[in-house]
Design a protein around this ligand. Structure first.
Ligand code: BG6
Length: 492
């Protein structure tokens, strides 16, 4: 097996390469995690010399790498980066790119990763051209492997995702495809599996008998001003829910996989997606709330009178033995009051309370919050007796913070893990074709319902708030409210 690895980044002049890919590769290089022999080749239509491209990505490393910029490390890293100008949508140019790559490889068989950091409208064409140029064929095991990394969004709806999968499968085997969802590269998201399945405490209560409901929140303070053109045709459900949040959902709800193996894990996740009950278009009024921040329509790039939601709250149910009847609430929005990505599991209240309490009040339920970001950790809240009272109770918390336990620098950039896994050939943290399609199957009817003539209203909210107040009614059963900020519960 050849040891030379060529990481070809298509779309090398773009933001993703500058902010995430090269800084992550640099951090991996600094930690000594990259293969002994590798090179990075950037390809884009822009004109750069090798020197100019290196200096462009160096500025990204200085600004965005997790580790502090080190000139000596950069001196060793920079010569491993090359740049080719080329248009991957033109078959003959792809051929020329292949020739240039072969020249670098000097006839030695090598492994290649093609990273598509390009607009989603170009995926199909780029992959077809890779096929035409014979760049993805794995001739023999000794000749080196070929892997293709595809960024989100993967499709715009179920039909386009299916069409893209079909087109890709004409050229590539599923085992060569790495559909990236950077949430799966987040340390705290990976820890979900360890937390659930490397501890014996939680599994016996991780079901409908003990869990009242689950809240999955991805709240962002940023608005869409920088990318309104893109966002206006997408909206929050396609941008955040179909991919990132569905992945979080599946990791919370999955059955224990039999092994820590990509297929075993991905099989269990696919089973969850199949068991989630689709919300019919006519039921969106009951199970969803959508919103838009007030200033959105004034943003350059947003269509006049746009009804693109920048906020959504959705209630799902999972039709299987473990989760029957347990609501899973999903909520995400832009221009909200705080950045907060968390999964909160609310346990059932005690069936009988023997302690004296004010009439009508109940003890707060146990809540387990998995804080994905920004303050990564886990909070568990439970009732304690307030000292020096007869039997007064209060919610208190047990806390675990990565920063305190593992140190301030313990959380790597999600792309580091994902890039390394592509190199290693571990697809556990990448989305398989069936999961993508199953997830669109859940999202499509919601969007259809919102776009239908009988659609429920789009609610407007002020920037810097927690979204439209109408979202509270979704969760108001049993006296519950949304949690605001990891660990800050507001349940009644
Ligand atoms: C991207 C979305 O996939 O994820 C963005 O397109 C969003 O709209 C971003 O802001 C959030 O990522 P993170 O890692 O900051 O939570």
């Amino acid at each position: 097996m050849s040891e030379m690895h060529t990481i070809v980044i298509f779309g090398a002049s773009g933001d993703l390469t500058h902010r995430k890919l090269i800084p992550s590769l640099y951090d991996l290089f600094r930690k000594g995690r990259l293969p002994e022999r590798f090179r990075i080749v950037g390809v884009a239509r822009s004109e750069y010399t090798n020197e100019a491209f290196r200096s462009y990505v160096e500025s990204g490393v200085k600004e965005f790498a997790k580790s502090t910029y080190d000139p000596d490390t950069w001196q060793n890293f920079a010569p491993l980066i090359e740049y080719f100008q080329g248009d991957l949508t033109a078959p003959e140019e792809m051929q020329t790119i292949d020739e240039a790559l072969r020249e670098l490889e000097k006839g030695e068989p090598g492994n290649r990763i093609y990273y598509l950091a390009i607009g989603p409208q170009l995926y199909e064409k780029a992959i077809a051209n890779l096929g035409v140029a014979g760049m993805v064929q794995e001739m023999t095991p000794d000749a080196g492997w070929r892997r293709v990394v595809i960024e989100k969004p993967f499709g715009h709806d179920l039909a386009s995702a299916q069409a893209l999968n079909q087109a890709i499968h004409q050229v590539l085997d599923e085992s060569q495809i790495y559909r990236i969802d950077h949430y799966l590269g987040k340390e705290t998201v990976q820890n979900l599996l360890v937390f659930r399945f490397a501890n014996s405490l939680y599994e016996p209560v991780w079901n409908r008998n003990y869990i009242d409901h689950v809240q999955i929140t991805v709240a962002e303070t940023v608005d869409v001003s920088q990318r309104a053109n893109f966002y206006d045709s997408v909206g929050v459900v396609r941008d955040m829910m179909q991919n990132h949040m569905m992945q979080l959902f599946s990791l919370v709800a999955a059955e224990p996989p039999s092994s820590f193996d990509a297929e075993a894990i991905r099989n269990e996740k696919a089973k969850v997606f199949s068991a989630i009950r689709p919300i019919k278009p006519e039921d969106v009024g009951e199970s969803t709330v959508r919103g838009q921040y007030r200033q959105y329509r004034d943003t350059k790039g947003v269509a006049p009178g746009s009804i693109t939601p920048t906020y959504a709250a959705i209630r799902f149910y999972v039709d299987n033995w473990r989760w029957q009847g347990v609501p899973f609430y999903m909520r995400s929005g832009k221009a909200l009051a705080a950045k907060d990505t968390e999964i909160s599991i609310f346990f059932k209240r005690p069936p009988h309370v023997m302690f004296p309490m004010k009439p009508g009040s109940k003890p707060a339920p146990n809540r387990l919050s998995i804080c994905i970001q920004p303050d990564e950790g886990i909070h568990f809240s439970f009732q304690a007796k307030v000292p020096d009272t007869a039997a007064e109770m209060r919610s208190v918390e047990m806390l675990f913070h990565y920063q305190d336990t593992f140190g301030a620098q313990s959380i790597p950039e999600a792309y580091e893990r994902l890039l390394l896994d592509v190199i290693k050939g571990d697809a556990s943290l990448f989305t398989r074709s069936d999961a993508i399609e199953l997830s669109w199957r859940l999202v499509d009817p919601i969007i259809q319902g919102w776009e239908s003539p009988n659609a429920p209203p789009l609610y407007f909210y002020e920037s810097g708030t927690w979204g439209p107040s109408e979202a509270d009614r979704l969760i108001a059963h049993n006296g519950y409210h949304w949690t605001h900020g990891c660990g800050h519960s507001s349940e009644g």
